[in-house]
Design a protein around this ligand. Sequence first.
Ligand code: NAD
Length: 268
Amino acid sequence: MTVLQMLKPHAGLRVLVTGGASGIGLVIARAFVDAGSRVHVCDASQAAIDALLEVESQSECNAITATLADVADKDAVERVFADADAQLGGLDVLINNAGIAGPTGGIDEIDVSEWEQTIDVNLNAQFYFARRAVPLLRGARDGGAIIALSSVAGRLGYAYRTPYAATKWAVVGLTKSLAIELGPAGIRVNAIQPGIVKGPRIQRVIEARAKQLGLSYEDMEKEYLAKISLRRMTTPDEVAATALFLCSPGGSGISGQAISVCGNVEVL
Ligand code: NAD
């Protein structure tokens, strides 16, 4: 195999993407399908799943299947794995993608319930999915892989977004520890740390932050871009390309890493 051929993802991967019916998760799911994988997603939004399955039913390959499930609901996780196993007959890659922005506010303004919900979705769910996936990944064809979506807020402090930042740092701790635990079994575990990714989610985050600081949306967006060395947002495709690379022979030596795909966000 030439070095160039090593950049092509393994063919026929069986992939589970949490929160994969829209946003970055869906872009990752579609990228894997383009590379010849079969993909099962779960998502908490019936509308997003309906929209995805509608598009899938019109496509030739119809390679994405889905389960309606809140990743923070332990019982629902069992349903997701039952469906994924029925659809895929095993698992090669888990993409722990589902995540929420959590509340924006000073520490004394944040409700305990909002803190708990952010920890449940962004951290506890990654644990629930990893613990169920690992026995399946031990039977993966080219060595299993877990890819966890962290954030640049998992390598930088992020004032007024403390629940989010705390979970995204925690995801890196989970990733690095699991990489050591599972490396001898040939299972690689990495985190991707997107920065400010183009799309509706970041619009909502910038809006909330602007409101918090009493600024206009435009001024707030300028402030965000000024903190990125490349002075632009990252695209979901750039995040998905990194996930694909991590599942190619070229990425087969990478484990235990938190990889920033962010244009080098200098500070948050
Ligand atoms: P998003 O808000 O667009 O949501 C993606 C999908 O997750 C949606 O379909 C949603 O229904 C689903 N989802 C939300 N909560 C869920 C739950 N409890 N159970 C199951 N599904 C759920 O998110 P996104 O922007 O695509 O982000 C994906 C991941 O990337 C998240 O972990 C996020 O923290 C991380 N991230 C995003 C950005 C960004 O700028 N968008 C930056 C850094 C990190």
